[in-house]
Design a protein around this ligand. Structure first.
Ligand code: NAD
Length: 359
């Protein structure tokens, strides 16, 4: 890395166990006195827990957060925020709820405090993807970055082990792509390495014992670092493929990331522009023995991951369709997008084969 630019975003992060109790003082620090609490229909009880902690500051709960941030839901939330006269937003949940918080905050200018409950990392990014009439539009704007983030390890107790593993790999994938991002920098390299290394230790422990408190704390710490990577640098082939396929075939977010990661990594593994990244990645992945593809395959085997695009509901005909779209939209990637290789990447992911370097 001969030259680089490093921009750091100003926002407050509180991390720990039982930190939810610090929410009133955090809201005070960001000068918020009347909040709308956001959640999904599945996490109303968590939102109620939040409301109980902040007492009169919690004005109402809006529980319609939905995957891919549909604008008609955001419009509804804006109306509720206006009707209730709130001066701040608290989102408690995964990327879907954080997305709604961002969409509401950018429209209203209200400060937004996030309480993440998955490892997706959206809380650390100035990125918002919204869906209107089935079309997803993503934008980046510093004002989208949440005002403050409160990580409470205790809130991850309810995350099922399978979701823990998939969401954790989702986080790892962001750090993998950060290592070879064209706009990477030495700080992000450090965060990416440490995020991957930490999650690779924590996830197998959590899979063996979903109640292991130390592993849960370690996983969340790793996910925070990976989230910072996602927010700071450009993603490449893996991320774009996930969003292309997810949008085209309505595939689940975290699972799609999991299926595609080893294959996207295999595609880029031999690219000269990614050589330094692959050395760091191999060092972060246990059992890699110098080969990151071997390392990621070993991690998947250890975690018992057995997913395929076919299993997620994509038809075989989708392989060519997805390939056409994937190569039609050029984006930064350490290796040029070649039709034959990309098609084979998608085919292997569709069939659920193990990743192989030759692509
Ligand atoms: P999600 O937010 O859709 O959550 C999935 C399900 O798990 C929901 O029903 C949710 O209520 C439930 N859940 C979440 N945390 C839980 C917990 N601790 N216990 C029990 N249930 C829990 O899933 P996700 O993977 O976190 O987020 C995916 C969405 O986030 C996608 O729309 C994706 O595009 C977006 N995303 C955006 C960014 C960004 O930077 N803009 C980054 C990552 C993800």
């Amino acid at each position: 890395m001969d030259s680089f630019e490093y921009v750091s975003a100003p926002h407050r992060v509180v991390f720990g166990r039982g930190t939810l109790q610090e929410l009133p003082s955090m809201l005070e620090k960001i000068k918020v006195k009347a909040v709308l609490i956001l959640c999904t229909p599945q996490q109303v009880s968590t939102a109620e827990e939040v409301k109980a902690i902040i007492g009169d500051t919690g004005i109402a709960i809006f529980s319609e957060a939905t995957m891919h941030t549909p604008t008609h839901i955001t419009d509804k939330a804006v109306l509720v925020a206006q009707e209730k006269g709130v001066d701040g937003i608290v989102s408690v949940g995964g990327g879907s709820t954080v997305g709604l918080g961002k969409a509401l905050s950018i429209r209203t200018g209200l400060p937004h405090l996030c309480i993440p409950t998955t490892y997706a990392g959206s809380e650390m990014t100035p990125i918002l993807g919204e869906t209107e009439n089935g079309r997803k539009v993503t934008r980046r704007d510093p004002r989208i970055l949440p005002t403050a983030v409160l990580y409470d390890v205790e809130l991850f107790k309810t995350l099922p082990v399978t979701m823990t593993v998939y969401s954790g790999i989702n986080a790892i994938a962001h750090a993998v792509e950060a290592l070879y991002a064209t706009n990477r920098n030495p700080i992000i390299d450090l965060l990416a390495y440490e995020g991957i290394r930490t999650l690779c230790i924590a996830l197998p422990l959590l899979q063996a014992d979903g109640n292991d408190p130390a592993a849960r704390q370690q996983a969340l710490y790793g996910a925070w670092l990976c989230g910072m990577c996602l927010g700071a640098v450009d993603m490449a082939l893996h991320h774009k493929l996930c969003h292309t396929l997810g949008g085209m075939f309505n595939l689940p977010h975290a699972e799609t990331h999991v299926v595609l990661l080893p294959h996207a990594l295999a595609y880029n593994a031999t690219a000269p522009a990614a050589a330094g990244a692959m050395v760091k990645l191999a060092a972060a992945l246990p059992e890699a023995e110098g080969d990151p593809v071997r390392g990621i395959n070993a991690l998947y085997q250890r975690l018992g991951i057995d997913l395929s695009l076919k299993g997620l509901g994509m038809s075989e005909g989708g392989v060519d369709e997805a390939c056409d779209v994937a190569i039609a939209n050029p984006y930064k990637n350490p290796r040029v997008l070649e039709r034959e290789g990309i098609r084979e990447l998608i085919r292997r992911a569709w069939a659920g084969e193990a990743a192989k370097a030759k692509l």
